[in-house]
Design a protein around this ligand. Structure first.
Ligand code: ASP
Ligand code: MG
Length: 246
């Protein structure tokens, strides 16, 4: 099986969590699966980059913002590869340029147009765990672009589609999709499954659990998503075509 696993910023916020994620992915790899890991920038690092930019220039160029943003995800993937190596596992990190993740050239809100799969396939064939930067792409001039805040979810789904993955799992800091944000509404209930359309409605209404474009793409490519916590083994929520009628 080929499995795409995406981990958000909180899940890779420090050394302990990076090793926790690496160990979790190692279990999957040791079962004989091909594992592609998509990462966000560590913790609130993207926000810190925004602050740094504004400190220099209150109205920074969109192109230069994207150039700056890409270092966040690049830092995560390189450190994660080092963690795998420390655990004695073969792994390689790749950024959007190395993968050739093509997007439109709308800086800060680019859309993925095509992902080349040769490099990733070659690394998987060498039995490497492949760790890919989320959120970033390249345009036709080979300039870096980004997909909009929270865009790493969309990278994961686009990669799962391009690689015809058997599963796409989005790991986050909550146990799944809730009827409301569990961090703000204590009575919110976790859903076992939800349809693409209901999930999209929630994402467009500001639910932060998934990037709206990721849900649109999953629907278009009919890729079931599993949203679950990186901190525990609970089942999470399945996002798919039609929620089962019971
Ligand atoms: N690091 C980027 C952000 O904070 C992308 C992501 O986390 O998905 O928006
Ligand atoms: Mg997110």
């Amino acid at each position: 099986m080929l499995i795409v696993k995406k981990f958000g910023g909180t899940s890779v916020a420090n050394k302990e969590r990076i090793f926790h994620v690496a160990k979790r992915c190692a279990e999957e790899y040791k079962k004989g699966n091909d594992v592609v890991v998509v990462l966000s920038a560590m913790g609130k690092y993207t926000d810190e980059l925004v602050d740094m930019a504004r400190d220099i220039n209150e109205n920074p160029s969109e192109r230069e913002m994207d150039m700056l943003f890409t270092i966040g995800e690049q830092m995560s993937v390189a450190l994660m590869a080092m963690a795998f190596h420390k655990l004695g596992l073969p792994a390689v990190s790749l950024n959007a340029f190395q993968v050739k993740m093509h997007t439109t050239s709308v800086h800060g809100n680019a859309k993925i147009t095509n992902i080349e799969t040769e490099r990733i396939r070659a690394e998987l064939a060498q039995k490497n765990i492949v760790i890919v930067t989320g959120f970033q792409g390249i345009d036709e001039n080979n300039d870096y672009t980004t997909l909009g805040r929270g865009g790493s979810d969309t990278t994961a789904v686009a990669l799962a589609a391009a690689l015809q993955a058997d599963a796409c799992e989005i790991y986050t800091d909550v146990d799944g999709v809730y009827t409301a944000d569990p961090r703000k509404v204590p009575t919110a209930k976790k859903l076992d499954e939800i349809s693409y359309d209901d999930m999209l409605r929630m994402a467009l209404n500001g639910a932060e659990v998934l990037h709206s474009r990721c849900v649109e793409l999953a629907k278009k490519c009919n890729i079931p998503l599993v949203v679950r916590s990186s901190m525990n083994d609970k089942e999470g929520t399945i996002v798919r075509g039609e929620a089962l009628v019971v």
